[in-house]
Design a protein around this ligand. Structure first.
Ligand SMILES: *Cc1c(COP(=O)(O)O)cnc(C)c1O
Length: 226
């Protein structure tokens, strides 16, 4: 698949940042309270380099193996790069995720919490953590069920302390995301958690209006994934 030129990636980032600032202003929020996470899955390291050259520092990958292949050398050259693991995580990948991630956004079950805690002890490294909530209660989707989300998040807050930073969701495709975003932001506020990760290429402006602190945008920056 053809990759967009570095100049196109830089232009896309500039457009998205400006739109985020507008949406934040409309909602009475500050643009600097919204972090753009550039989702670079399936795109090569050169695309990430182009984004870095345009000042982008936070990146998201949904497969640990792909992230582990792409990011360590980029991080060596860009020490303030921030890598978010955003995909459903198998327990046998928890150690690799803890080794490479700055934030794991897909903590969604007690067994994974066990595996992450164990990996943190072994690696001597503690990424930030978000609890992924399956706000649409979709059978095929990662995330803790809506009705169990508060209890699971509280357990994780007890276990991981301030490393448990917030909540993440992916609303059902083709549905109005607003009730899902509203649910997630309300739950984070109720729990006193500062981070709310929601919104992708199609709906990040709605997410900003409803309180996202992190939006995860892929194709609008890097182009289609083929
Ligand atoms: C791929 C992905 C995104 C980005 O999706 P786009 O529609 O390309 O912006 C965001 N979040 C997660 C969890 C993803 O897997």
């Amino acid at each position: 698949m053809d990759q967009p030129a570095a100049s196109a990636i830089a232009a896309n980032l500039a457009t998205i940042r400006a739109r985020i600032a507008d949406a934040a202003a409309r909602a009475g929020r500050r643009a600097e309270d919204v972090t753009l996470v550039a989702v670079s899955k399936f795109h090569p390291a050169e695309a990430v380099e182009a984004a870095l050259a345009a000042g982008q520092l936070a990146f998201g990958e949904n497969r640990v193996q792909e992230a582990a292949a792409k990011f360590p050398s980029l991080r060596a050259a860009h020490p303030d790069l921030e890598l978010h693991v955003i995909g459903g995580l198998q327990t046998n990948k928890a150690r690799d995720a803890v080794r490479i991630a700055d934030v794991i956004e897909s903590l969604d079950r007690p067994k994974l919490a066990d595996a992450i805690a164990d990996a943190m002890a072994k690696e001597g490294r503690a990424p930030g953590l978000l609890v992924q909530v399956n706000t649409g209660d979709e059978a095929q989707k990662s995330g803790v069920a809506r009705q169990d989300a508060a209890a699971f998040a509280r357990d994780c807050m007890g276990r991981f302390g301030p490393k448990l930073r917030g909540l993440m969701c992916i609303p059902p495709a083709g549905e109005d995301p607003r009730p899902h975003f509203g649910f997630l932001a309300d739950l984070a506020a109720k729990l006193g958690l500062p981070v709310v990760s929601m919104g992708m290429s199609a709906d990040y402006l709605i997410a900003v209006e409803l309180g996202a602190t992190h939006v995860r945008v892929g194709s609008a920056i890097f182009g289609a994934r083929g």
